[in-house]
Ligand binder design. Structure first.
Ligand SMILES: *Cc1c(COP(=O)(O)O)cnc(C)c1O
Length: 442
C-alpha cells in the first residue's frame, strides 16, 4: 500500500497530504481543486479519520497506562462546532469547555454533561449559574473569586459541585511567550511558589458547596521538550504530598493540561505522543509511589494535537502583485478573518499550490483580503512563478485555532467546515451568508 502510494504521488508534511503525479494536491484521499470547485473558497477541510485516529491515540494509550482510571479531554477551544463533539463523544473523550457557548454546543448534540470540564479565568456569575443549571461534571476553578462565588451558588442550590483547582506550577515550557501558561506570573491559575495555591486548596476544603476532587495545571501550548510534563509532575506531586500531609487532602484526580506540539513545517520535529504519555505515566507512578500517595485518576487536555493535522484551508487567488526589487504577493479570498495566527504570534504554516507543480518557483507573501497591512497568512512562501488569479492555494495544518479564532472582520462571512471521509465529504458547518452577517443587527 505504501509503495503504491509513493508511486502515485508524493507525501507532503503528513501522510494525509499528497501531491499526485499530475500535480494536483490531495487531502485525506480527495482532490483539493475538486473540493474547492464543489464547495467554493475559502474552505476549511477536516479529515475525519485523522481526527478519530488522534482521539484514539490518546484513549488507547490512557487505557493501556491507567486502565479505566484516566480520561483524555478534548480542549474544545481548538475547534468548537457540533460535529466535533459528536466525534469526541463517539471516541470516548471528555471535553474541556471555556464558555457557555462551548458548553451549549456540546450539550446540543447530547454530549454527556458529566464529562464536561468547565475552564476559564473569567467566569461570570451568569456563566457559573449556566454551568450549574446544566449540571456540567466539573468546574476547573481558576481563582479565589470564582471559588467563593461558585461555592455560594452551589450551596444555595443545596449542591456539592465537583471541582478541580487550577494551580500554576512555575514551569517554563520552553515555548513561545504568548502561549506560555505555566510560569508564576501568568494570568491563569493560582501560583504554588507564593504559597497562594496552598491557601486556595485550604479555603476550597472549607466551603460547603464544593467537592474538591483534585488539581489541575497547564504549562503551555506547543510543547516539544521531553521533560516538560515530567517536571510538571515533580512539582505537582510534591504539592500533592504537602496538601495531604498538612490538610489531609488526598488528590483523587490530577489533570496536567494540554499542549503537545504538532508539525507545521517539514523541518519541525514530530512527537511520538503515545511514547511520551507512557513516559509521563511511568513517571507519575514512580513519584506517587515514592511519596506514598495514591495514584490519582489521570487527565490531559489535548486540543491542537487532536485537530491540527486533520485540517487544511483552501483559498482562491485574487491577485498576484509583483513589486520588482521589493516583494511579491499572492492575495487570496480569505485572510486574518479565517486565520489570525500569523498576525497574532507569527505562527508558521506550510503553504502549497493546490492545482499544479511548476518548473519555476518564486517567493511570495501570502496576503489576505482584510484591510490591515498586517493581514498576512504567511510570509516568504514558495509557489509557482506563474501563480495567477483563479489558482487554488492550500494552507496545511489549520485544524486547530483557525475556525475557532475566525471573525467577521470586514464583514466577511466565515468559511464552511467540510468533513472528509473515505466515502465522500459532508458539510459540518455551513458557509456564513450575507443575511447571517446582518442577522443580529436591529
Ligand atoms: C489551550 C489549552 C489546552 C489545549 O492546548 P493545546 O496546545 O491545544 O493542546 C488545554 N488546557 C488548557 C487549560 C488550555 O488553556
Amino acid at each position: 500500500m505504501d509503495a503504491e502510494r509513493e508511486a502515485q504521488g508524493q507525501v507532503i508534511l503528513t501522510d494525509n497530504i499528497e501531491r499526485k503525479a499530475d500535480g494536483r494536491l490531495f487531502f485525506a484521499g480527495h482532490s483539493v481543486p475538486d473540493l474547492a470547485e464543489q464547495y467554493g473558497t475559502p474552505l476549511y477541510l477536516m479529515d475525519e479519520q485523522r481526527l478519530r485516529a488522534n482521539c484514539r491515540m490518546y484513549t488507547r494509550t490512557f487505557r493501556e497506562c491507567f486502565g479505566g482510571r484516566a480520561l483524555p479531554l478534548y480542549a474544545g477551544k481548538a475547534a468548537s462546532f457540533r460535529q466535533i463533539y459528536r466525534i469526541a463523544d463517539e471516541e470516548g473523550m471528555g471535553v474541556d469547555a471555556v464558555s457557555p457557548g462551548e458548553i451549549h454546543t456540546a450539550l446540543s448534540v447530547g454530549f454527556p454533561a458529566e464529562k464536561i470540564f468547565f475552564h476559564g479565568d473569567g467566569k461570570t456569575d451568569a456563566d457559573i449559574r449556566f454551568a450549574l443549571d446544566h449540571q456540567v461534571g466539573y468546574f476547573i476553578v481558576d481563582n479565589p473569586d470564582e471559588l467563593e462565588q461558585l461555592a455560594l451558588e452551589a450551596a444555595s442550590r443545596g449542591l456539592r459541585q465537583k471541582v478541580l483547582l487550577r494551580v500554576t506550577p512555575g514551569i517554563d515550557p520552553h515555548t513561545y511567550k504568548a502561549i506560555n501558561t505555566g510560569t508564576v506570573d501568568v494570568k491563569f491559575g493560582v501560583p504554588l511558589e507564593t504559597g497562594q495555591a496552598f491557601a486556595f486548596v485550604r479555603r476550597a476544603l472549607e466551603l460547603p458547596g464544593l467537592e474538591v476532587r483534585g488539581l489541575h495545571c497547564h504549562v503551555g501550548s506547543e510543547v516539544f521538550d521531553e521533560s516538560v510534563f515530567e517536571d510538571t509532575i515533580d512539582v505537582m506531586t510534591a504539592f500533592m504530598a504537602e496538601v495531604q500531609q498538612k490538610l489531609g487532602f488526598v488528590t483523587d484526580m490530577l489533570n496536567v493540561g494540554g499542549g503537545y506540539g504538532v508539525r507545521y513545517l517539514e523541518t519541525d520535529r514530530s512527537i511520538d505522543i503515545p511514547a511520551r504519555i507512557r513516559q509521563v505515566a511511568g513517571h507519575l507512578k514512580e513519584r506517587t509511589e515514592s511519596l506514598g500517595l495514591p495514584l490519582p485518576y489521570f487527565m490531559m487536555e489535548p486540543g491542537r494535537s487532536i485537530v491540527a493535522d486533520a485540517g487544511m484551508t483552501v483559498y482562491t487567488v485574487s491577485s498576484v502583485k509583483r513589486i520588482p526589487g521589493y516583494k511579491y504577493y499572492v492575495v487570496i479570498d480569505g485572510g486574518m478573518s479565517d486565520n489570525p495566527r500569523y498576525p497574532l504570534y507569527q505562527a508558521p504554516y506550510t503553504v502549497l499550490h493546490a492545482d499544479r507543480e511548476a518548473p519555476f518557483y518564486a517567493v511570495y507573501d501570502l496576503a489576505g483580503r482584510c484591510c490591515e497591512s498586517g493581514d498576512i497568512i504567511q510570509p516568504m512562501v514558495r509557489l509557482p512563478a506563474d501563480t495567477k488569479r483563479g489558482d487554488h492555494i492550500a494552507v496545511c495544518t489549520t485544524g486547530a485555532y483557525n475556525y475557532s479564532m475566525a471573525s467577521n472582520y470586514n464583514r466577511l462571512g466565515r468559511p464552511p467546515v467540510v468533513m472528509l471521509t473515505p466515502e465522500g465529504s459532508y458539510v459540518a458547518v455551513r458557509r456564513e451568508t450575507l443575511d447571517d452577517l446582518i442577522a443580529l443587527d436591529c
